[in-house]
Design a protein. Structure first.
Lengths: 389, 290
């Protein structure tokens, strides 16, 4: 789960990670009010969406008067902001963050994430602030300094020194930087964060460090104990069908093909998408129906898949283990009674009681249900059906 | 022969008396696994499924001589259970529970390593030595005895692969579901040498998926150390970047962890990589005949 910049900064403030003052606004009027409250004569109007690259997409603007704040807020609010992370359709901007201006001397990058190979968090810093870190890593990897932090001992001053000297900071700024980095590590650990990215981290004219931007993602498995983070969840930033699927214990991700997939198990669900691709088709979605594959979950799965108008056929691929295939077959037949399925459904059931299951499906005499013998056969039939063959 | 577990392995269950623990412990016993007891704090002294229940893992180990623990406790209690097992001298903990926080696993694994305890999982189907010992939730009947070792991040793809291997007329020595979380216990790199050393294993099937670099590490290890033929499939060739595909660890982040890069690394290491998971059995049969 991700949160907005202004929410991440709220968490930062509680841990004394320096940020600028700012207020959230949902209308141009609120934006002006926010600027007046902040005072000063320069403000930044920043679109709040869950995607990076907002500046390049026209979602971050500098205002030199309150009338400019109004004008820019009016421009940004309601726009479909397109960045390299939103996809071509962009994301609707529903709120802007009005922030005071800053005297920026230099921009850096600072990030924290789990290193899966080391099995501990790493902190990364770079002098290439404001650039996409993936690009820096690709083109000039020597410009990224990394320290791994053993969670058993936590962040130590030497971690901070290694990063600070690596960035070429003068000696008198080292301790300020260490304090910043150490507080950030605490934010990360205390909130079960998956990643924090400050891009840019800025040094001001008076030698202070500030998080000019802030991006945070969290471990979904830990949300049960992170009530504060949970309250920050913005459902309008997530795919509605994915949220709905989640309510029924289904894991769904929309893709852009025309062969719908319903599978038990995440690995087999990905494998099924790959098989469809291999057989010359394009998968319309990822859908893991979980272990039970009951009539209700299968019916819900059909509903969700069929919300996508591109779907021309559905491939149901269930490997029955503990759950018996004959039960799944009955579930599928029941599901077609609960919900209207108007495209061909290719069903491959393998594992426990697969032969009985095939008989049940064949005897049911439902015109648009086709039984398949194995994974390849099912994928082929589904691809052909989607092409109208 | 086999790896890690066999018909003589003594197993306890943490979370023995819970719904999941009960159901699967019963299935494992029916398969032939020596479940010698279980742990449910507060229920010590009772009997469950004909076996003793203990308050602590330490008591269970002392009374039964168990060396392996199968863990079914709820996600919030997984790290505690793993550390208790490690502290009690268990040598292998098989963590079935799905949904354990990453931070917890970071601490639990570090502790397990310190105490010399191996772990499998979390969020995995477990381990099975065909026709001898099943410690996990997989449907046992698919795994006919044979000469193929199986390592997989995915549960249902493990079943799919084993099924294909059997349909081709071969069978399984041991199959290990290592799980698809960001932090897991035993991985390819630790399991490959065990299969290499096992005289009954003649070939290895390895199933990976997008995210992380365990498969890349495996490729480097195979190139240097593995002489037995390896067949591999990597799930998620069609997965979009930045999206989590069901498993917590199955995500392409920052352009890294793609199926393509893993497949290329494995191919360069001499592994027979299949593009479609439907071809795993066929490819295995081919390498076995060579």
């Amino acid at each position: 789960m991700n949160i907005h910049e202004y929410q991440a900064k709220e968490l930062f403030k509680k841990y004394n990670v320096p940020t600028l003052r700012g207020h959230i606004a949902f209308t141009p009027d609120e934006a002006v009010k926010a600027a007046q409250e902040l005072g000063g004569n320069i403000w930044v109007v920043k679109a709040q969406i869950h995607a990076g690259g907002r500046g390049l997409g026209g979602g971050v603007k500098l205002a030199k008067s309150t009338s400019e704040v109004r004008e820019m807020a009016a421009q940004i609010l309601g726009m479909q902001l397109v960045t390299h992370q939103t996809g071509p359709e962009g994301k609707l901007v529903q709120k802007v963050y009005i922030e005071e201006g800053a005297d920026i001397k230099k921009e850096y990058y600072l990030g924290l994430l789990l290193d899966r190979a080391l099995e501990m968090p790493i902190m990364m810093a770079s002098t290439e602030g404001g650039m996409a870190i993936e690009e820096v890593a690709h083109n000039t990897p020597e410009k990224i300094i990394k320290v791994s932090i053993d969670p058993l001992t936590g962040f130590q001053s030497f971690h901070g020194r290694k990063l600070a000297f690596g960035l070429g900071l003068p000696v008198e700024e080292i301790n300020t930087f260490i304090k910043f980095a150490s507080a950030l590590y605490k934010v990360y650990m205390d909130h079960d964060a998956e990643m924090i990215e400050i891009n840019p981290l800025v040094k001001t004219g008076d030698g202070k460090f500030l998080a000019l931007d802030a991006k945070m993602g969290f471990d979904n498995n830990a949300l049960y104990r992170q009530s504060q983070v949970n309250e920050m969840r913005d459902l309008s930033e997530e795919e509605p069908t994915e949220i709905e699927a989640g309510k029924f214990g289904l894991s769904y991700i929309k893709l852009d093909g025309d062969v719908g997939c319903m599978v038990n198990g995440a690995g087999l669900a990905m494998g099924t998408m790959d098989t469809i691709n291999y057989e010359g088709g394009k998968p319309a979605n990822f859908l893991d129906v979980g272990g039970s594959a009951s009539a209700e979950t299968v019916a819900k799965g059909f509903d969700i898949i069929l919300k996508d108008p591109n779907v021309k056929a559905i491939f149901v691929n269930i490997f029955g283990g503990i759950v018996r295939c004959d039960r799944v077959a009955n579930g599928i037949i029941e599901a077609t009674k609960i919900t209207n399925v108007n495209v061909p459904v290719i069903v491959r059931l393998d594992g426990t009681n697969a032969i009985e299951a095939a008989e049940i499906l064949n005897n049911a005499g439902i015109a648009n249900i086709v039984a398949a013998t194995d994974l390849a056969d099912g994928a082929r039939k589904a691809v052909a059906a989607a092409k109208g063959e | 022969m086999s790896i890690l577990v066999n018909k003589d392995t003594k197993v306890i269950v943490q979370g023995f008396t819970g719904k999941e623990g009960t159901f699967h412990a019963e299935q494992c016993m029916a398969y032939g696994t020596k479940i010698v007891g279980g742990v449910t704090p507060g229920k010590g002294g009772q009997e469950h499924l004909g076996q003793p229940v203990f308050n602590t893992v330490e008591e269970a180990v002392r009374a039964t001589g168990a060396t392996v623990s199968m863990i079914f406790v709820p996600p919030a209690f997984v790290s505690d259970a793993v550390m208790e097992a490690a502290d009690a001298g268990i040598s292998l903990a098989v963590i079935i529970t799905e949904g354990a926080p990453v931070k917890d696993m970071m601490f639990a694994k570090a502790y397990a390593v310190k105490k010399d305890m191996m772990t499998i999982g979390p969020n995995c189907p477990g381990i099975i030595t065909a026709e001898e010992c099943k410690i996990g939730i997989m449907p046992g009947f698919i795994f006919k005895k044979g000469n193929v070792g199986l390592i997989s991040k995915s549960g249902t793809l493990t079943y799919e692969s084993a099924n294909q291997v059997v349909k081709e007329g071969y069978g399984i020595t041991t199959a290990v579901g290592i799980g698809g979380d960001p932090i897991i216990g035993l991985s390819y790199k630790q399991l490959l040498p065990m299969f290499e050393a096992d005289p009954e294993t003649h070939a290895i099937v390895m199933i990976g998926e997008i995210g992380g670099d365990l498969e890349i590490q495996a490729a480097a290890y195979i190139k240097e150390h593995i002489t037995k033929p390896v067949v591999a499939f990597i799930a998620g060739q069609t997965a979009p970047a930045g999206k989590r595909m069901g498993h917590a660890g199955a995500i392409i982040s920052g352009g890294a962890g793609t199926a393509a890069e893993k497949m290329a690394a494995l191919e360069a290491a001499g592994v027979r990589v299949v593009v479609s998971p439907a071809d795993i059995g066929k490819a295995l049969a081919e390498v076995m005949k060579k």
